[in-house]
Design a protein around this ligand. Structure first.
Ligand code: MRU
Length: 361
């Protein structure tokens, strides 16, 4: 068991394979799954062994390399350039498989796109392209870690100045486990804790998959950050009682106008912050912003198995004969968001375009 989330890296490249922290087993078991093949990486993303938008992107990047490594081309039998063409065609199939795993987190598509671009732009032999792909996956991993640390620091600067010691509420898990390490929303929390600006985190349990109760709570305990777990329907009550000074959440995809898709339940939290005059922050890397989408209505929302709602272990919670609706994400309108915290600074949603250039506001 690790003793500090500073040391929690959910996706690790080891010479020949990728180690993933098995997030479906936390907090009871801290174990790793070894991934050697691209189809196993696709399954790990789909089944949420690895989850959280940036972590999915990093995992998919390594998945692309594993897929590239599996590709055999008919060297020698093909005309000049034919081997390269054959390789790229087969790599497109790997990309297609990985893209089909989860629809909402745009980091998945961003990372796969960057890997494909690398492959198309790489000169040299197929073997050399494969090596370049590994280096690109490692760069995506390393950059996300740095990005999260920058988000943490910009978030710290954006937090309310009073009271001096804050209680922050967060939803789902946007921590080290959901990124290359450190976290986005929990990165802000971690930076605030480091600077003595935090008294406590309130973690929504986050039905139905319980990422807050299981993962955010686990990360806070590892770090020694005081954490109170509440069920999702207690958040507004806690705000009304004056227990919450700011809400900070992560994001799976942000449209150009600032509308933000994040874990189901985020939208109702944002509405509650308006009623109680509490700032509502979204912390996310630029790779989570989808400037191709004008607003949040265009963000695809994943629907997952109804068993997530009605089954807990061997127990069925509901009578037979009922129907289920299990959207995994919702969209918080930009007008409810105080600021979007990126690695380039904190921006009002209406100023999001400025986030693309390095400037802090
Ligand atoms: O379904 P999940 O667990 O992948 O959803 C994760 C979230 O919604 C996170 O809040 C989001 O990806 C931000 S992670 C830094």
């Amino acid at each position: 068991m690790t003793t500090s989330t500073n040391q929690v890296y959910p996706v690790i490249w080891h010479n020949n394979s990728v180690s993933l922290i098995d997030q479906t087993r936390l907090p009871n078991e801290y174990s790793f799954v070894e991934i050697h093949r691209s189809d196993d990486m696709a399954l790990a993303i789909k089944t949420m062994i690895v989850r959280g938008a940036p972590a999915i992107g990093v995992a998919a990047a390594y998945g692309m390399y594993l897929g590239a490594r599996e590709i055999e081309t008919s060297d020698g039998e093909t005309p000049a350039g034919g081997e390269r063409r054959e390789f790229l065609d087969k790599l497109e199939k790997v990309a297609e498989l990985l893209r089909s795993t989860r629809p909402t987190a745009v980091n998945l598509f961003w990372a796969i796109g960057r890997m494909m671009k690398t492959a198309y732009e790489s000169l040299g032999t197929v073997e050399e392209i494969k090596q370049t792909l590994l280096q690109t996956a490692q760069a995506i991993n390393a950059e996300d870690l740095q990005t999260c640390q920058a988000i943490g620091d910009h978030g710290l600067a954006a937090l309310p100045k009073t009271p001096e010691k804050l209680t922050i509420l967060t939803h789902c898990n946007a921590g080290a486990l959901a990124t290359a390490g450190y976290g986005t929303a929990l990165g802000v929390v971690r930076s605030a804790w480091r600077e003595g600006r935090l008294t406590r985190v309130f973690a929504d349990e986050t039905r139905p998959r319980l990422q807050g109760a299981k993962l955010t709570a686990w990360e806070c305990v590892q770090e020694g950050i005081p954490v109170t777990v509440i069920t999702d329907n207690m958040a507004a009550h806690c705000m009304q009682r004056g227990l919450i000074h700011a809400v900070v959440v992560g994001a799976d995809r942000i449209a150009a106008n600032g509308d933000t898709a994040n874990k189901i339940g985020t939208y109702s939290l944002a509405i509650a912050t308006i009623a109680h005059n509490i700032p509502f922050f979204v912390a996310a890397p630029l790779s989570t912003i989808d400037f191709a989408l004008t607003d949040g209505s265009q963000i695809p929302i994943e629907e997952r198995e109804p068993t997530e709602i009605y089954q807990i272990g061997d127990t069925t919670l509901t009578p037979s004969g009922v129907e289920y609706y299990n959207p995994a994400f919702d969209v918080t309108p930009a007008k409810l968001i105080t600021a979007i915290i990126t690695e380039n600074g904190a921006f009002a949603p209406s100023d999001l375009a400025k986030a693309q250039t390095k400037q802090v506001v």
